[in-house]
Design a protein around this ligand. Structure first.
Ligand code: CMX
Length: 436
């Protein structure tokens, strides 16, 4: 058994026993109350699932196994010559709850390279799609097409015991994560660079090699990818991509089907697609205003015109957060350190000064602050990755780390089929009548 898998088993097996005992004793304890507003309002804030890799605080933001983003930046092993944490280290942390050593992170890097072979039919499936198919359509297709390789599915049909589910899920998780950068880079190169593909560099780490296969030759861009793929990895279990992956997985669909489901949720403009919407909106703004150095008044007017048109300001607001997103701040700090006087970055910072006041003025927006998507596009544009339709794929490659680590735990802890209750409007009316 490989060292990570062994550790995962050593950590999860006793917790499963502990949880069983805990539920036997406290199973009827009330942890939440649900009001009608939540029933109609997208189940905001209802506690209804257990998610081990990370937890989100409305004010502090995300913590991965208890560690904030600044702490991760300090504690996770780095690639020599880069100051940014390696996503491999975050995956180890999310999976087993321990900050890995450099040796352990190097082991994952090697393991993911070893497992990274993408089946030939996946490339053929992608080639069958028009190159103007949205990159998220291509990404989702590629993930489902690789389901033919699922070890979980094969072992289930052979009659696997429940006790082994976690083991097969771990194998699929490791294979799937290993392959995602190749698939994503293939989509990028076929869509925007006439299919001139770049072979992997087996000496590089997971994120560095991804940057290399995208074809952007810049060491700072490799560092950006390390940071980007770390901070987008998880945001507890209730967000749409995580929850969808969890829900699909709860039917014992394998990690390929589950992740594809999660990616389809990420592709929505209120979720992961917002990163492309932000830069699209900024590009349109500079086009309409005819300048890349707009004044405060011009930007404020443009924001107002977007709101007047009945649209949201992309990159602002959040269903849980009530402060500027630490993932936004981490990207801002990266820009402050690596990027000097970039016009689009300057606009992003200007928006940070102007948008919150305007949104507060609407009186209905619960969080007027920027989220993770408000900054990422400007950084990518700076390094020449201007094709914004691709941005959500980058988000997806990262998000796979958290949602698949969580799926390993869901199997290890023996979580059941997810099945909440729905009601009809008529039921609500009758319920209220009875109350009166
Ligand atoms: N611009 C304009 N209006 C906004 C807004 C924004 N950025 N954020 C919220 N609002 C509006 C809502 O549309 C809603 O209006 P109505 O009552 O007229 O429908 C009202 O404010 C209340 O919404 P809320 O409770 O503050 O926010 P929700 O929890 O319902 O939604 C989110 C959260 C993220 C969908 C919303 O803030 C939004 O649409 N933001 C812009 C899109 C975006 O950046 N999404 C990315 C989120 C991060 C991620 O998942 O990647």
């Amino acid at each position: 058994m490989d060292p990570l898998k062994k550790k995962c088993h050593e950590k999860s097996a006793p917790l499963r026993t502990e949880n069983k005992a805990l539920l036997k004793e406290h199973g009827d304890k009330k942890v939440d109350e649900v009001v009608l507003r939540q029933v109609f309002g997208g189940a905001r804030g209802i506690k209804m699932m257990v998610w081990e890799p990370s937890q989100l605080d409305p004010i502090e933001g995300i913590r991965f196994r208890g560690y904030s983003i600044p702490e991760l930046k300090e504690k996770l092993p780095k690639t020599p010559g880069s100051k940014e944490p390696r996503p491999e280290g975050l995956f180890w942390l999310m999976l087993v709850g321990e900050v890995p050593t450099e040796e352990e992170v190097n082991w994952i890097t090697g393991e993911w390279m070893r497992r990274s072979n993408v089946p030939e039919h996946t490339f053929r499936a992608l080639d069958a799609l028009p190159t103007d198919a949205h990159p998220m359509t291509q990404f989702s297709t590629a993930i489902v097409s690789m389901q033919t390789e699922s070890i979980f599915s094969r072992r289930y049909s052979e009659g696997m015991s429940k006790e082994e589910y976690w083991d097969a899920t771990y194998e699929d998780t490791m294979n799937l994560i290993s392959r995602l950068p190749r698939v994503a880079a293939y989509i990028y190169r076929r869509t925007y660079h006439n299919g001139s593909h770049i072979a992997p560099d087996t000496k590089l780490d997971w994120a560095g090699n991804f940057a290399h296969m995208l074809g952007i030759k810049n060491e700072d861009f490799k560092s950006l990818m390390r940071l980007y793929l770390t901070i987008h990895a998880d945001h507890e279990g209730g967000n749409a991509s995580a929850h969808t992956t969890h829900l699909v997985g709860s039917t014992l669909s394998d990690p390929y089907y589950s992740l594809a489901g999660g990616m389809n949720a990420l592709a929505g403009p209120l979720h992961g697609l917002a990163n492309q919407e932000v830069i699209k909106w900024i590009f349109k703004m500079v086009d309409v205003l005819g300048t890349r150095k707009p004044s405060h008044e011009q930007v404020a007017d443009y924001i107002q015109s977007t709101l007047n048109a009945g649209q949201v300001i992309p990159g602002y607001g959040h269903a849980v957060l009530r402060k500027p997103d630490p993932r936004f701040i981490a990207q801002k700090e990266f820009a402050e350190e690596y990027i000097k006087d970039d016009e689009i970055v300057n606009i992003v910072w200007m928006l940070f000064e102007i948008v919150p006041e305007i949104l507060k003025g609407l009186g209905k927006v619960k969080n007027p602050w920027p989220n993770v998507d408000a900054h990422s596009g400007a950084l990518l544009v700076h390094y020449g990755l201007t094709e914004y339709s691709f941005y959500t794929v980058l988000f997806g490659v990262s998000r796979a780390l958290g949602v698949l680590a969580a799926q390993c735990w869901a199997r290890a802890l023996g979580f059941p089929l997810e099945r909440p209750k729905s009601v009809t409007s008529q039921w609500v009316k009758s319920f209220l009548a009875e109350q009166e």
